[in-house]
Design a protein around this ligand. Structure first.
Ligand code: ADP
Length: 267
């Protein structure tokens, strides 16, 4: 902020104001930076103990199943399974937190490779068909090959997130349809994930891609989550030069649209 030259007495009032504003913004940036750094360090430090917990629980189950050592009672087996599942959830959370810090720091690097996106989607859908017993998950596509340059691990992460949400936020069961189409203008491959679940309330739709953002109907229904998934999905898709958006009606369902360019934009 420049102090006007023609008013000496005013200039004295302008300068301190400019200084206060400057300090406020930099203090906020500093706090934001420290918060991201703390999240990154904490998540990083959690990785090794979580891996040890997971390996210990898994190996105890495997060893007793093979008849090594004393046999475990059913309730002990169940507890080990609970430990394993809880460790998996914590590991996913720490990986998400690490991704958030990478994105915030501009350090998310894509490992692009020519990939048949149809096979990739088929693989993810198949996994959900096997695990989601109360939902009918279906893939609709007229093509068998669409090859594009993407980071397959990251796009798989995005699709897994969208399908997990479609199932998680349809607690009554119901179909989940995944559809792939090629769009001509602009030349993109469009992947839709459609559910008939609880939908997202109209007044929260504009903020739903924000970090840690969760809709009130999801929280009221007691469905757990962190509000990091969609933020990560959108950032990853945009880094690929694509777009991610949705249409949703509360109580009726949601459709998420993901587009990826057929030709990789050159920078
Ligand atoms: P999480 O599921 O861990 O809370 P996400 O970032 O994936 O985090 O989603 C953010 C929020 O968006 C969710 O908490 C939920 O309120 C809402 N949401 C996402 N996907 C759906 C969906 N398919 N149907 C209804 N609500 C959804």
């Amino acid at each position: 902020v420049e102090a006007p030259e023609w008013q000496d007495d005013q200039a004295q009032k302008w300068e301190p104001l400019a200084l206060v504003l400057h300090q406020d913004v930099s203090a906020l940036k500093e706090a934001e930076y420290l918060k991201d750094e703390f999240i990154g360090i904490a998540a990083h430090e959690l990785r090794t103990p979580l891996a040890i917990l997971k390996a210990s629980a898994s190996s105890m189950m495997v060893q007793t199943a093979r008849g090594h050592g004393p046999q475990l009672a059913d309730w002990q087996q169940e507890m080990l399974q609970d430990i394993e599942q809880a460790t998996d959830r914590l590991t996913d959370l720490t990986e998400d937190l690490l991704d958030v810090t990478r994105l915030q720091a501009g350090q998310m690097v894509l490992q692009r490779a020519p990939t048949n996106v149809i096979s990739l989607v088929q693989r993810v859908v198949k996994r959900f068909c096997q695990s989601a017993s109360r939902h009918h998950v279906e893939l609709r596509t007229e093509r068998s090959i669409i090859e594009i340059s993407i980071d397959p691990r990251r796009i798989e992460q995005v699709l897994t997130n969208l399908l997990t949400n479609a199932i998680k936020y349809s607690p009554q069961g119901g179909p989940v349809i995944v559809q792939i189409e090629v769009q001509e203008r602009p030349q993109t491959v469009e992947i839709r994930v459609q559910d008939t679940g609880m939908g997202i309330p109209q007044h929260q739709q504009a903020q739903i891609f924000g970090r840690f953002m969760r809709a009130e109907n999801a929280k009221a229904a007691g469905i757990s989550g962190t509000g990091l998934g969609l933020y990560l999905c959108r950032s990853l898709v945009e880094q690929h030069g694509g777009r991610l958006w949705f249409e949703s009606e509360e109580g009726k369902g949601s459709t998420f649209f993901l587009t990826l360019p057929l030709i990789t934009p050159s920078h």
